[in-house]
Design a protein around this ligand. Structure first.
Ligand SMILES: Nc1ncnc2c1ncn2[C@@H]1O[C@H](COP(=O)(O)OP(=O)(O)O)[C@@H](O)[C@H]1O
Ligand SMILES: [Mg+2]
Length: 234
């Protein structure tokens, strides 16, 4: 299987702060891969560096093209979507206006329409004329995900989508990520919650202090009490 994303020897910096110390990570086409780790280890910095939002050196190959040096909008345009931690919606615009803004103008035949989004998330259709700022946390997370899908990505990197959501909604998020995989979209799920990552991923990375400290299958991570104790449990 060819990889959709290959990150090699990635170093990232905030000013003089050296945050990532040579990260290697790959995602196969159609794979769900999780990136786990405690708060502050550098997971968000990794996805931001891939998106061209943080100073970085090394290599980021997306669909066999180098991304380092490109601007975030150029990277997004190539089909790499990033759903940030802080639910990036326009609160004063309606649900439907947010979806329209997510559309990628240049694509002749995108995979998804607004009607598809409403089929997948009927709750958003019920609230289509409501300003997005009035939605619940779970609804806002769904809207953010839908807005990214409107850009017709091949890979979605989604940063802590289940943060602050009730268990029932977490289960829904898991279901939707699996539905994306069925459509052939690759997913990088950044998480702190071990359960959802183990449930839906084909492979898992664990990060500690700006470096990858474990790579394997969910089964291998379940069996590795040392890694879980040292790098995940609080
Ligand atoms: N904008 C920033 N400027 C300076 N340091 C930052 C910035 N964002 C994050 N950091 C630092 O980088 C490290 C990694 O942060 P982050 O990637 O957000 O971790 P995670 O997403 O795994 O919780 C932390 O030590 C954090 O304090
Ligand atoms: Mg983070």
């Amino acid at each position: 299987m060819s990889d959709i994303l290959q990150v090699k020897d990635l170093h990232a910096y905030y000013g003089k702060g050296h945050i990532l110390h040579g990260v290697d990570l790959r995602i196969g086409r159609g794979e769900i891969v999780s990136l786990l780790g405690r708060n502050g280890v550098g997971r968000s910095t990794l996805v931001k560096a891939v998106m061209g939002q943080v100073n970085a050196t090394g290599s980021v190959q997306f669909k066999d093209q180098e991304m380092l040096g490109l601007k975030a909008f150029q990277i997004a345009h190539k089909g790499l979507a990033y759903v940030p931690e802080n639910r990036d919606i326009f609160p004063t615009l309606t649900v439907e206006q947010n979806l329209i803004l997510g559309q990628k103008k240049a694509t002749s035949s995108p995979r998804w329409s607004i009607a598809d989004m409403y089929r997948m998330f009927p709750r958003l259709e019920e609230r289509r004329t409501v300003p997005a700022g009035f939605l619940s946390g779970g609804e806002q997370q769904m809207l953010t995900l839908c807005r990214s899908l409107m850009g017709d990505p091949d890979l979605i990197m989604i940063d802590e989508p289940t943060e602050g959501l009730a268990p029932k909604i977490v289960a829904l998020v898991a279901e939707y990520l699996l539905a994306l995989k069925e459509k052939g979209i690759s997913v990088l799920l950044v998480e702190q919650k071990l359960a959802i990552a183990l449930e839906i991923s084909q492979r898992v990375y664990v990060m500690g202090h700006g470096a990858i400290v474990f790579e394997g299958t969910p089964e291998e991570l379940k069996a590795n009490a040392v890694v879980r104790k040292e790098w995940l449990e609080v």
